[in-house]
Ligand binder design. Structure first.
Ligand code: HXC
Length: 278
């Protein structure tokens, strides 16, 4: 689909890049010649991914243990990465989410999700953005949101609130920073199965199939399909794309908005059992 050296010379930071969708996007970026840095909270996960990538692609992948909810840790990480030169692309992929009846959430549960998704994404974007603007360096931000950022969705309310905020940040800064060479876009993926998300978001095995096939195409997305879109959007050839959100969901939200509204089929007893499974 792309020239093999499409991303050669690009330095790319992916938050949450040690696992899941971030890892798949990182793999594709490396295939196409980029230099990669990944960050996340779990050192062993990051180390394993960085070592496997380095072995496969024959060049080092740097990793940073960083909880993006901590602005000082974010600033320290981005400062350290910048010592070797500016990052060209930031992918805001790190997220936290779980399903719950909203009335059962504690304020700490709300903060856990909003802290990672909204605050953390803002901290990393600002840390990179300030540097790009100060250096008049052309930066690019790609944030992973969801279709319920604009439709809302039952049972994942803190995530919906936070993803809506990330989308608002994307559109706002696209205008504020666009004229100074920094462009920001987002992807809203539909069901792309990952162990982390599915463990937290799919409460019953039979509902996994419902979740994955309720889109008009009747199948889940393949990670490669998402990674290719993530490549297209950060490539120089897409330099005129700014403030856009591209949906990649097989048509899911058009068929019936609110990705987790289907959990209405869950009984109260099933929710009760789930709330003990933290
Ligand atoms: C109710 C819960 C809960 C649950 C945690 N809490 N899990 N409440 N139901 N299932 C509450 C806890 O009781 C606690 O409140 C508060 O949340 C913080 O919990 P911690 O475990 O201390 O937080 P932390 O270790 O920081 O974990 C953050 C997390 C966790 C978000 C809760 O799930 C996480 O680390 N997730 C990261 C990976 C992830 O979520 N991946 C999926 C992203 S998918 P109290 O009051 O008890 O102290 C995605 C897009 C989905 O975002 C799009 C559709 C496919």
């Amino acid at each position: 689909m792309f020239k093999p050296d499409l991303l050669a010379g690009k330095r790319i930071l992916i938050t949450g890049g040690g696992s899941g969708l971030g890892k798949s996007i990182g793999h594709r970026y490396l295939e196409l010649g980029a230099s990669l840095a990944i960050c996340g909270r779990r050192e062993h996960v990051l180390r394993e991914t960085a070592e496997a990538f380095a072995q496969q692609f024959g060049r080092p992948v740097t990793f940073h243990v960083c909880d993006i909810r901590d602005p000082d840790a974010v600033e320290a990480m981005v400062g350290e990465i910048w010592q070797d030169g500016p990052v060209d692309v930031l992918v805001n992929n790190a997220a936290g989410n779980f399903i719950a009846r909203t009335e059962t959430l504690s304020h700490r549960a709300v903060d856990a999700v909003v802290g990672i998704v909204l605050h953390g994404t803002a901290y990393v974007t600002l840390a990179c953005g300030k540097r790009w603007l100060a250096q008049s360096y052309p930066g690019c931000v790609l944030s992973i949101v969801t279709t319920y950022a604009w439709t809302g969705s039952a049972y994942v309310v803190p995530s919906a609130m936070a993803k809506a905020g990330v989308l608002a940040m994307t559109r706002s800064l696209a205008v504020e920073w666009g004229g100074r060479g920094v462009r920001l876009n987002a992807i809203a993926p539909g069901p792309f199965p990952t162990p982390g998300a599915w463990e937290r978001l799919v409460p019953r095995p039979d509902l996994a199939k419902t979740f994955e096939t309720r889109n008009p195409l009747g199948r889940a997305g393949e990670h490669r399909e998402l990674a290719d879109l993530a490549t297209f959007m950060v490539a120089d050839g897409s330099g005129y794309m700014n403030g856009e959100v591209v949906t990649l969901d097989g048509g899911e939200w058009l068929r019936g908005a609110g990705q987790f509204n289907f959990l209405e089929v869950m009984k109260a007893s099933e929710w009760d059992a789930l709330s003990h499974r933290k």
